[in-house]
Design a protein around this ligand. Structure first.
Ligand SMILES: [Zn+2]
Length: 91
């Protein structure tokens, strides 16, 4: 039985699909990269302009559940209660 032509056709089809997948992934990656890059720039601009602590949102305190399950508050460990964003900003 000679199936060489069929085998070669299937191989070519697989190759074609793999190449098409690669192309589409590249297009999708590029689209997401562009969107993420724009948002990253917007995020950085806003973080540069922001002066309020992003962890406690300017409250100076953070609420948490204590061992008994009751809400308690503690001084924000990001701004140490100043309500201001530390100069050294990290995401
Ligand atoms: Zn804070």
């Amino acid at each position: 039985m000679n199936l060489v032509k069929v085998i070669n056709l299937i191989k070519a089809d697989i190759n074609k699909l793999e190449n098409e997948r690669k192309k589409q992934i590249e297009i999708i990656n590029k689209q997401f990269d562009e969107k993420i890059e724009k948002l990253t720039i917007a995020l950085q601009v806003n973080m540069d302009l922001n002066t309020i602590c992003i962890k406690c949102e300017g409250k100076g305190r953070i609420s948490y559940l204590d061992a008994a399950g009751d809400t308690d508050h503690k001084v924000c460990d990001r701004c140490n209660g100043t309500k201001l964003e530390p100069k050294e900003q990290t995401l």
